[in-house]
Design a protein around this ligand. Sequence first.
Ligand code: MN
Length: 283
Amino acid sequence: MKLARFSYEGRTSIGKVLGDGIVDLEPVIPGVNGSMRTLLTKLPELRAAIEAHSGTAIPLSAVKLEVPVNDPQKCLAIGLNYEKHAQEGEQMGIPRPAVQSWFAKCVSALNGPFDPINLPRVSEQLDYECELAYVIGKRCKHVRAEEARDVIAGYMVANDVSVRDWQLRSPTTMIGKSFDTHAPMGPWLTLADEVPDAENLGIRTYVNGEERQNSNTNDLIYGIGAQIEHLTAVMTLEPGDIILTGTPSGVGIVLGKWLKAGDVVRIEIDTLGHIENVVRAEP
Ligand code: MN
C-alpha cells in the first residue's frame, strides 16, 4: 500500500494511491487530520479498515501531493555512506568517517515532492543528493540490526539538498543541510511490506534531463539494520521519524556544477516513484 498526503479542493488529507488515482481515507481514519505521524501511530488498529475502504478515486493529476510525513519528531541523515561517494569525498579532502556519521536535518526544511527548492540568498553552492529515506513505524530503543525491519513503516524518495559552503565551513553539517525547502521527499510512503529488499533498488538523479547520479542501494556502507541499531543505542525512535540513508557518487560539488534557478531536479528510486523539484531564487 502507498499512503500519500494530498491537497484537493482546499483540504489536506491522507489517501491510498491506486494506479493513477488516490482514494481519500478520511472516512476511516477519524481524528488523524492529515497527520501521517498520527496515522502511523494508529496504523496497527486502522490498517484493516484502510485496506478495505473503497471510495471514489480522484485522479492524481487533479491533486497536489504534499510531503508524506509533515510532522515528524525528527529527521536524521547519514553522511558518506556509499562507497564511491566516500571515495569522491576523500579526493576532496573530506576524510572517510571511522564510524557512522549522523547529522540532523531540521524538520523545518521538509518540502513536498513537486514543490520548488530555494536557491538561498546567501549562497550559490546549491547541490542535490538522491537518497532512500525510511520512516519509523514503531516506538523503539536498542533495536538489533536483525530486527530492524520490524520498526520500519515504509520508504520514500528524498533529496538531501545541501548548501556546500555553509555545510563544509562548519565542524557540524547541520546548518548547511537545513535551509528551508531543502528536504523534499515523497511522492508517497510505500509501506514496508511492498518493498521486499530496500537494499537493492536503483537510485538516480537527473538535472534538466542529464543523468548525474546512478547507483543502487546495494552499495550502502552501513545498511539500514546497522543504522537503526546505532541510532537506537542513543535515542528512542518514534513513529513518523524520517531517516535518510546517504547519497551515491556524482554530486554537483565533485562535477563542478551547482544548481541554478530554473533547474529541474528529478530523483527516482525503483518501485518507490520519483520526486521533481524546480530551483527558484529564494523569495
Ligand atoms: Mn546526504
